[in-house]
Design a protein around this ligand. Sequence first.
Ligand code: SF4
Ligand code: FES
Length: 238
Amino acid sequence: MSEKRVIQFEIYRYDPDKDDRPYMQNLEVELKDSDKMLLDAILRIKDNVDDSIAIRRSCREGVCGSDAMNVNGKNMLACTTNLNDLKQPIVLRPLPGLPVVRDLIVDMTHFFDQYHSVMPYLINDAPPPEKERLQSPEAREELNGLYECILCAACSTACPSFWWNPDKFVGPAGLLQAYRFLADSRDQATAERLDNLEDPYRLFRCHTIMNCTDVCPKGLNPSHAIGKIKEMLVRRTV
Ligand code: SF4
Ligand code: FES
């Protein structure tokens, strides 16, 4: 018979409809053998201990980006975080810097507004070819490390510049996407894209703190992409 596995948690709770203020809930949960990842444990809590805890999740495979949260002080995806890598009690909080809707769910409006503001789509007014707009293998390679973003918001909500100005600073996730299209050989809107970012807040609030790169669960480097955009702006002024 396998050994009993009990894990201690401290979980941020706040339901604006009934709580005056947020509080931390201490609880423990007994896991089954199949519970390996943090998300498994949270779902076990909801099944067996307290089903009122509110979280977002969907794919369970690090693809949808919906279960990013702050775990023991660092933003990560619950579904790709192995329980063996976490110290107990495991402290769960919502992503920092965004308004809390309830418990571990934050309001992502600013995050997605900023994402949409960078025109995250290909702009090319040339008549489309019969099949597809081709790229050389080298040009395609330029997009590696950019297109894989799952918009989980772990990076932007780890960034102090985004905490202070979520309505003005695009933030690391949005800027990574801005560069994803600036770097695309098929895109024709380079000047428009750079004009859109040449602003003391939208791009230049990045002070290269690097929290974004430290926390990205997909191993991407928004800080590097932001540096590339700054380089493009400097090059066009000389
Ligand atoms: S860059 Fe990484 S951390 Fe930021 S939103 Fe994309 S996947 Fe998440
Ligand atoms: S549940 Fe989809 S990324 Fe974790």
